[in-house]
Write a protein that binds this ligand. Structure first.
Ligand SMILES: *[C@@H]1O[C@H](CO)[C@@H](O)[C@H](O)[C@H]1NC(C)=O
Ligand SMILES: *[C@@H]1O[C@H](CO)[C@@H](O)[C@H](O)[C@H]1NC(C)=O
Ligand SMILES: *[C@@H]1O[C@H](CO)[C@@H](O)[C@H](O)[C@H]1NC(C)=O
Ligand SMILES: *[C@@H]1O[C@H](CO)[C@@H](O)[C@H](O)[C@H]1NC(C)=O
Ligand SMILES: *[C@@H]1O[C@H](CO)[C@@H](O)[C@H](O)[C@H]1NC(C)=O
Ligand SMILES: *[C@@H]1O[C@H](CO)[C@@H](O)[C@H](O)[C@H]1NC(C)=O
Ligand SMILES: *[C@@H]1O[C@H](CO)[C@@H](O)[C@H](O)[C@H]1NC(C)=O
Ligand SMILES: *[C@@H]1O[C@H](CO)[C@@H](O)[C@H](O)[C@H]1NC(C)=O
Ligand SMILES: *[C@@H]1O[C@H](CO)[C@@H](O)[C@H](O)[C@H]1NC(C)=O
Length: 478
């Protein structure tokens, strides 16, 4: 059911926000009817009826209206709005949700109380709201999620708890949420998760745990979440990663593990995670990418490994990734790229290796993958004949590059690669070499002539001359 409904709810949520920004300053309460028609009423002068909403209202947004608490009766009339489907009370400084105001809201399907001051004791209100599909409690002061907090919300589709101060989630916190598809827990203080905490979430589609303090994740944490497609674990404190964790996640498409402290990414050949198309391992402490590491992801399209500590890329690291389109290796310590790096990749689009330690781009790499994009600025490129193929590759029409400055050889330092005229230089160097050979040959022949002449001279001096002298002497004596 849920995802189209969720989209609708989210769309309406944004309509709410937009409407809020369009409203005149002096107006504090707005409501929507029948999802689409905005009725807004100014009640600035009449304080008594400031929150006297018509009983037939279905969608109500009261944001930024300085209702510091529901306890003091500001929203008394809320309890009679039995037709209410959607309620947003965001940014009002509310500290507590009194259950008595929600008793009659049997039709409420969406409740947003973001940017308030709610503590975990307000969660008891969810015990009586059985029709809820969407709960957004972002930016509050929640510190823990007790057992069975949402057990009555059996139809719940999306639960957003981001940017609170949650450090403890009880083992059965999400019990009963068997239809939940989106769970957002990012921006909290979670350091451990009980291995059974997501057990009931059999239709969970997207899980966001970004920006917490997780150090490890139990291997069986997601054993029942076989529908999970997106897992976001960026900005935690994970040190190692083990593909065992994913072993039963056959639907997962997107795995983001960036900004952790991983030194080790353990690869296994025994799993086939054939739906995974995106893996992000950027901003970790990985020092190598083992050969065949990604064998488990035969349909991988985007792999990000920027800002790690990689010095060396193995020739066959990406051999079994024929669908790879983007490979990002920026901000590492790579000194060379293997010529066959992209040989097994079709439809390759983008290789980025900015800010590494690469001086020469191998010719073989440039021939692979057709017309791919290469981003290589921030490397100590040498403008010598080893890079003539790269220079010529750069001259192709349509290629767009920032100026690549030659770091060497000394006579080319500071020149841009595009202005280096490498083709002519290398051709003329070749000519010079040939000319040198010709001169050498000529010198040799001169030498040979001299040698031969010397030999003749030698014969003359050492053989003929004495003979001549002898014959002269003989003639003289005769
Ligand atoms: C909010 O309401 C309180 C009284 O309930 C008042 O003292 C305060 O000035 C109001 N704040 C704003 C920003 O209107
Ligand atoms: C709610 O409705 C009842 C009658 O249905 C009425 O007596 C009561 O005053 C109403 N409460 C508020 C806060 O308007
Ligand atoms: C909730 O509201 C009811 C009725 O206004 C009041 O009697 C009760 O004390 C309130 N509860 C809390 C915990 O404030
Ligand atoms: C609200 O809920 C009541 C039952 O609690 C139901 O009779 C009524 O039709 C609902 N209204 C809407 C608009 O769904
Ligand atoms: C939030 O609630 C706490 C008590 O739960 C209170 O001490 C604090 O002043 C409240 N903050 C605001 C901004 O209302
Ligand atoms: C994966 O599924 C298999 C079969 O359903 C099960 O035996 C195994 O324990 C599961 N692994 C994990 C880590 O949950
Ligand atoms: C870059 O490579 C050279 C050798 O080619 C090495 O001396 C130097 O330390 C490397 N720099 C970095 C930052 O790794
Ligand atoms: C170009 O420079 C690189 C790095 O200094 C060096 O390894 C390579 O041998 C040079 N190539 C030529 C043809 O001189
Ligand atoms: C490349 O050739 C152009 C035009 O022939 C010349 O102006 C430029 O100085 C040459 N660049 C280098 C680095 O020799």
């Amino acid at each position: 059911m849920a995802s189209s409904q969720l989209l609708r709810l989210i769309a309406i949520f944004f309509v709410f926000k937009a409407a809020y920004f369009q409203c005149p300053r002096e107006c504090n309460c707005y409501w929507f009817q029948n999802d689409r028609h905005l009725l807004s009423k100014k009640r600035t002068s009449d304080h008594k009826h400031r929150y006297g909403f018509p009983l037939e209202v279905t969608n109500l947004v009261v944001t930024n209206s300085n209702i510091s608490t529901l306890r003091d009766g500001n929203l008394d009339s809320l309890s009679n709005l039995t037709e209410l489907k959607m309620l947003s009370l965001s940014s009002n400084g509310i500290g507590f949700l009194n259950v008595s105001y929600f008793h009659n809201l049997n039709n409420l399907s969406s409740l947003a109380v973001t940017g308030n001051n709610l503590s975990s004791s307000s969660l008891s209100v969810f015990n009586i709201l059985h029709e809820l599909l969407f709960i957004n409690l972002a930016q509050n002061e929640l510190r823990s999620i007790p057992n069975k907090a949402f057990e009555a919300n059996v139809n719940l589709d999306a639960l957003i708890l981001e940017n609170n101060k949650i450090s403890h989630i009880s083992r059965y916190a999400f019990k009963g949420l068997s239809l939940l598809s989106l769970l957002v827990l990012s921006g909290n203080l979670i350091s451990t998760l009980h291995q059974d905490v997501f057990l009931d979430l059999i239709f969970l589609n997207s899980l966001n745990l970004e920006n917490n303090a997780l150090e490890t994740v139990s291997i069986s944490l997601w054993r029942s979440n076989t529908e999970l497609r997106r897992i976001k674990l960026a900005m935690n404190k994970l040190q190692t990663w083990n593909l065992d964790v994913f072993q039963n996640l056959t639907s997962t498409v997107d795995i983001s593990l960036e900004n952790n402290q991983m030194r080790i990414f353990t690869c296994y050949e025994k799993y086939l995670l054939s739906e995974v198309t995106h893996v992000d391992l950027s901003h970790n402490l990985l020092s190598n990418i083992p050969t065949d590491c990604f064998l488990a992801f035969p349909n991988l399209k985007v792999l990000r490994v920027t800002s790690n500590r990689i010095h060396f890329i193995e020739e066959l690291s990406f051999l079994h990734l024929p669908k790879l389109q983007t490979l990002e290796l920026d901000d590492n310590f790579i000194t060379s790229l293997p010529p066959k790096l992209l040989d097994a990749v079709f439809n390759f689009v983008d290789l980025t290796v900015r800010n590494n330690n690469i001086s020469v781009i191998p010719e073989g790499l440039l021939k692979a993958g057709g017309d791919f994009r290469l981003e290589i600025d921030g490397n100590p490129l040498v403008c010598n004949c080893s890079n003539v193929h790269f220079y010529e590759w750069l001259l192709r029409p349509k290629s767009q590059f920032p100026p690549l400055i030659c770091e060497g050889p000394i006579d080319m330092k500071g020149v841009t690669l595009l202005e280096s005229n490498l083709t002519e230089r290398c051709n003329s160097e070749l000519t010079t070499v040939l000319n040198e050979d010709v001169t050498t040959v000529a010198n040799t022949s001169v030498t040979v002539v001299i040698v031969q002449y010397g030999f003749v001279m030698g014969i003359f001096l050492f053989v003929l001359l004495p003979l001549g002298i002898a014959s002269f002497k003989k003639r003289e004596s005769d």
